[in-house]
Design a protein around this ligand. Structure first.
Ligand code: F6P
Length: 343
């Protein structure tokens, strides 16, 4: 049997660990042939793929990025995109595809599966906002990077008696901000799920000053917005899935805090794609490996139209239709724990 694999959407540390696991078990246990499609759905639309043998899939467990490349291509926005996908797999004898992606990529997977392509999904996004799974791989790596940044920022903030704002990724949800903020001892955490009030942020800074602490660390998710205001975008235009390019809420906060509190000096650090780069942490390597093995097992069992998932400590599978288009927002109980340490 010939199978294909692709990675779509923003990259996340651990994609290569998934590919490695799929290839190893597919070839060694099931005697399949595996082909890698380049650059997400674009590779399937264009019929751009290459053989993935044991050699091609070795030595990449600790490597970030994706050996397949990735893109935000939406086949439904390209002329005859879905038809070209079905034609390409048929003509090349590919009988099933493993799709590694977040909500956009897996949303396309669900529709293409309904059009007749047998496939299984693997949940990937540093944002951890996919429904149906407790964790996506890549998230813990992003959290570690953001936490390390906070540890470094704390010493310089303290030395200069400044407020330092760390802007992290998180388009629609504040998972990275919340986890990194708790782990890094943030004095306020601003997330998309809860529009913020700058006066409240200033009151946390003042509370700290009142007890003799002259620095504060604030973590803000790029998708957080002021109460009654809009999310802040850094350039116009949207991608093929309709998403705006977010960024700049940290700068907005610096300006607003300094406007309200003339004696306070604030700085911002936008962590950006550093959160998505480099080696996955051990947790993500293990999770990605478990996902890859579970995905190829699903293919072997002929259970298509499903996504592998982590629920509790068990790897399960859930129908794609129950997952796509639903967003997993942060656990507000965890946010309440974080709030104990604000101010
Ligand atoms: O993949 C999700 C994500 O990391 C978001 O948090 C962020 O808004 C977006 O990707 C950035 O995408 P790009 O790399 O296309 O700028």
């Amino acid at each position: 049997m010939k199978i294909g694999i692709l990675s779509g959407g923003g990259d996340a540390p651990g994609i290569n660990a998934v590919i490695r696991a799929v290839v190893r078990k597919a070839i060694r246990t099931y005697k399949y042939e595996v082909f890698g499609f380049r650059n997400g759905w674009r590779g399937l639309v264009d019929g751009d793929f290459f053989p993935l043998d044991l050699k091609a899939a070795s030595g990449m467990l600790p490597r970030g990025g994706s050996i397949l490349g990735t893109s935000r291509t939406n086949p439904f926005k390209h002329k005859d995109g879905p038809q070209r996908i079905l034609k390409n797999v048929k003509e090349n004898g590919i009988e099933a595809v493993v799709v590694i992606g977040g909500d956009d990529t897996l949303g396309v997977a669900h529709k293409i599966n309904e059009l007749g392509l047998p496939l299984v999904g693997v949940p990937k996004t540093i944002d951890n906002d996919l429904a149906g799974t407790d964790y996506t791989f890549g998230f813990q790596t992003a959290v570690s990077i953001a936490c390390e940044a906070l540890d470094k920022l704390q010493t310089t903030a303290e030395a200069h008696s400044r407020v330092v704002i760390l802007e992290v990724m998180g388009r629609y949800t504040g998972w990275i901000a919340l986890w990194a903020g708790i782990a890094g001892g943030a004095d306020a955490i601003l997330i998309p799920e809860r529009p913020f009030d700058v006066d409240e942020v200033c009151s946390y800074i003042r509370q700290r000053q009142a007890r003799g602490v002259n620095f504060s660390l604030i973590v803000v998710a790029e998708g957080a917005k002021p109460r009654g205001g809009d999310r802040i975008v850094y350039s116009s235009g949207v991608d093929e899935f309709g998403h705006a390019k977010l960024g700049g809420v940290g700068f907005y906060l610096v300006k607003e805090i300094e406007k309200r509190c003339k004696d306070i000096e604030a700085r911002v650090v936008v962590l950006g794609h550093i959160q998505r780069g480099g080696a996955p942490v051990a947790f993500d390597r293990v999770l990605a490996t478990r996902y890859g093995i579970a995905a190829i097992d699903l293919v072997h069992e002929g259970k298509f139209g499903r996504m592998v998932a982590l629920q509790g400590n068990k790897i399960v599978s859930v129908p794609l239709k129950d997952v796509v288009g639903k967003r997993k927002t942060v656990d507000l109980e965890l946010y309440d724990i974080a709030r104990v340490f604000f101010g």
